[in-house]
Structures are given as C-alpha cells and as structure tokens.
Design a protein around this ligand. Structure first.
Ligand code: SF4
Length: 490
C-alpha cells in the first residue's frame, strides 16, 4: 500500500502485544489485538506464536490486515503470542527491521516486540559485537533481544534485570519463549504497558487498553516503571527489574497518541482530553460563534472547550476516512491540494461564523496553516486556533518521530509570529501545567521534554547536536550514539 502523506503530524511509534491463551487461539487474539493498536504504527506488523515447543513467526510490510489472512493465522498454531505494529524510529523501515525480533538460544527460540527508543544503542551494539555478538538488523530492539537471549538460562527475572541495567532510554517490551510470556517497562516508565485477564486462565499484555475490548480481555493493572510480569502455565507473577529512577510517562501519549477509548495512567483518555479543552478555554478564552474540532484528533478537546464556554460545538469539516488506505499515489496537482484531499469543509456551518478551531498539536505548522485557510475560504469571519499540546520546541529521543528542532514551528517562531504564519485571528496553547492537571497526576510523574527541554533520561550531546541541526533522523542518530549516559532526577 502507498501511504498518501498529507500532514505533518508526529508519527506514532509502535504498538506491542502479548497473549497467553491456553485454548490455542493466541494468533487470532493477537491479530485482533494488533488491529486495535494499528494507530501506533502502520509500516509493518508481525506476530510470533509458540505451541510450547516451536516458535513460528510472520512479519510483513503494511497494515495488520495486509500482513495476515485467515490462512496465515491458521498456520500460526499455539497458545502464546507476541505481536507488534511498527513505525520505524531506529533502523530503516525495511522488512528486516519489522518485529517481533526472532532469536535462537540455548533455552529455545525467543521473540521480542519493543516500543520505544534506546539512547545508548550504538554504544551497546559496539560493546556486544566486540563480545562476539552477531546482529541481523539495524534495529535497537534486537539489542534488547540479544541481551535477553544471553541471560535467559539464569531465569527471566535475571534476564530482564540485565536489560534494565544496560539499556538506557524508553522501552516497553513483550517477550515470548517457547513456554513463557514476559512483559516489562523501562525504569522511567516512558512508554505505556498494561496487563489484562482473558477468561479464567488467559492473559493479554498491550501498549493500550483499547486492545482488550475487541478480544474480551479485562484490564488488571498498568506495569509500574521498572516492573516485569511473567506468565506461564503456573499463572502470572510480577517482579522488579530495576528500581524506578523517576516516573516519566510520556505526556504526549495522553494528549495525542493514545486512542481516546484507552485508559492510561489510570485516566480515561477521552475524558482527559475533554478536561484539556476546558482548561484551554480558561487559559485562552475568546468571543466566538462556534467551536470546531479538527477531525478526529480535536473532538474531545473541542467538546471540553464548548462545555466550558457555552459556545456551541459544531463540525466544520468532514474527514475522508479511507484516503490513507489507497494504493494509488496522488499526482502533483492533487498533492498541491494538500489538506483538501483529506478534509472537506461544511460551508453552511462556517459561513459568516467566528470560529474557535481546536486541535491537539502543531509540529511544523503546515497542516494547521492549510486548515485555517480552508476555513476562511469557506466563509469563516474569524479563526481562533486553540491547541491542547503545549508548544513543541524540542525533539523526542524516546520513540516519537517529530522533526528536527529547526523544523518545529514553536521552536523557531514566537507565538505572535506563528499566529501570523498560520493566518489565524488568534492562537492559544494549553500550558504544560494545564495538560498535566487535566490528566490528574503529580507534575513530576511525566516526561515533558519536547515541551520543556528537560529530558528525564539524559540524552548524549551528539544526539542533541544533530537533532538541533536536523542532520539526520532522530532515531537513526540514537543508533549512532556512543556517549555514556547517566540518569538524572526530575
Ligand atoms: S519527549 Fe515528548 S513525545 Fe517524547 S516521550 Fe517525552 S513527552 Fe513524549
């Protein structure tokens, strides 16, 4: 499939999944679970399944339903599975780097699915290669897999603790061995991971709870930073892999990435985004006739803004839901139409109206600029842009592909300059404090680095320098890093 890229939004990182299903339906449950995590990565998908002896693997480029059909699922026999949907952050987007990563070991085959980004990947890789290790891919996830393989004979607790001792950065991981399913989360808890029950003796581990509903699973608990869960025929147990250095859950997950029907950090995402819209209204009120969301990302916050101000909520555009699923590339003339290929204005809703336009984020600003113009062309009298993500001024090194600093609109322009660039009547961003208050957790429980520049797991100087200059993809830079890291407290 050819992805028609029409916006400048940050790219989702990855979705990970683990299934323990004694009735042998792991592949089918894995498929529907991955389907629910499709929003976290659309470049490749994969499932590894164990029948207790043999591990079978299928990976491919494209969406989940392009990689798997009924026949493929039939061939993946077994009761344990790990799955992955990928958007590449480290390692080029080629089939070789698709996940789960598969490794053979003395204690049997293992498969690993990883969400996040290691900031000491290069350093670790050099160290391990000097120690005789051979790598099949350029993905940092293979580093995690090979550390586990080397230590699994000492037991899963020891193997995961060894990963946590050596790997720095963000990682939520599911691991399959022939007879065991393991899940773990980095000591800062940057990326999410949650475990649920499946019937009387089954379990599911997933990036988000939205993967539970379609397979009939029920959430048990989110893993704590540095925690692991081990599931086998004797049941489920939790263990500590490393002492948590700090709590630094990605605030952007709650503002933007997570599906609105997920519960994350103990908070229903849709409700948190509604509260963000309310806080945005309090921080940036304005006189207007209607509140219009950018579909679908701005809907909950627009509802909140409307509820707080009493200004009526009204749809102003309809989104083409299937444009991303075409195999046909648009020609140059169509590309120049930009956002119009994806969004169609409701002119009679907009004509003569003073509009509050609500969305979740501005990265480069190019999409927002096109939407503002679309609203004016459709007869809006005023367009007041309101954004629930605070200004994004710094790159992410923990698994979100945004842009280099010099491409980030809020890093290179003042609010006034950006307002002018967008062509908006006014522009207002929610504050970092407002976003955290809307989630309802203490302020020191979040990573806010892309907004504040305070990185909870220190990033080597060479990574920040290159990201600042925009000389390479941030994920690729992470793979090239060899500077020793130290953890800092937030
Ligand atoms: S830098 Fe931003 S996107 Fe990256 S983990 Fe931190 S809050 Fe999330």
């Amino acid at each position: 499939m050819i992805d028609v890229e029409l916006d400048d939004s940050p790219k989702e990182e990855c979705g990970v999944l683990g299934v323990f299903a004694p009735d042998e339906s792991a592949a089918r449950i894995g498929f529907f679970g991955l389907f629910a995590l499709q929003h976290r990565g659309q470049e490749s998908a994969g499932l590894a399944v164990s029948d207790g002896e043999k591990v079978r693997l299928r990976r491919g480029m494209g969406l989940v339903n392009q990689v798997f059909d009924a026949q493929a699922l039939e061939e993946l026999k077994g009761h344990i599975a790990v799955g992955h949907t990928r958007y590449s952050t480290t390692g080029a987007s080629v089939l070789r780097n698709a996940q789960p990563v598969f490794c053979q070991s003395q204690v049997g085959d293992i498969a690993v699915a990883h969400n996040g980004n290691l900031v000491n990947a290069r350093e670790l890789r050099i160290e391990m290669e000097l120690d005789g290790e051979h790598f099949d891919s350029s993905s940092d996830s293979e580093i995690l897999a090979r550390i586990i393989v080397r230590n699994l004979h000492k037991g899963p607790e020891v193997a995961v603790a060894e990963v946590m001792r050596r790997a720095k950065g963000a990682y939520s991981v599911t691991v399959l061995t022939p007879r065991m399913l393991i899940g773990f989360r980095d000591p800062a808890g940057i990326r999410p991971l949650v475990v649920g029950s499946l019937g009387s003796d089954g379990y599911v581990i997933a990036s988000e709870t939205c993967a539970f509903n379609p397979v009939g699973a029920t959430a048990i608990q989110e893993l704590e930073p540095g925690e692991m869960v081990i599931i086998d025929s004797r049941g489920m147990r939790f263990a500590c892999g490393a002492k948590s250095t700090c709590k630094a859950m990605c605030l952007f997950e709650l503002i933007y990435f997570a599906r609105p029907d997920s519960v994350m950090y103990g908070t229903a995402i849709y409700s948190a985004r509604e509260r963000m819209g309310r806080k945005l209204a309090l921080e940036h009120p304005t006189e207007a006739d209607i509140v219009v969301p950018v579909p679908d990302s701005g809907i909950p916050a627009a509802m909140g803004y409307s509820a707080e101000t009493g200004i009526p909520f009204r749809e102003g555009m309809i989104k083409s839901r299937y444009i991303h699923r075409t195999f046909i590339q648009p020609d140059q003339r169509m590309r120049e139409l930009g956002v119009k290929m994806k969004l169609s204005p409701l002119v009679d809703h907009l004509q003569g109206q003073r509009v509050v336009l609500v969305d979740d984020s501005i990265v480069r600003g190019t999409t927002t600029k096109q939407i503002v113009r679309l609203l004016f062309e459709s007869g809006a009298k005023e367009v007041h842009v309101r954004i629930t993500a605070p200004p994004i001024k710094h790159p992410c090194f923990y698994g979100i592909d945004m842009a280099s600093t010099k491409e980030l609109a809020a890093a290179i322009m003042s609010i006034e300059e950006l307002e002018k660039y967008l062509g908006a009547t006014s522009l207002g961003y929610l504050s970092v404090e407002g976003a955290m208050d809307a989630v309802g957790r203490p302020h020191n429980n979040f990573c806010t680095a892309c907004f504040t520049g305070k990185y909870p797991v220190e990033v080597p100087d060479d990574l920040t320098k290159d990201a600042l200059e925009g000389t390479a993809d941030v994920g690729e830079i992470a793979a090239l890093s060899h500077t020793q890291l130290r953890l800092i407290e937030i």
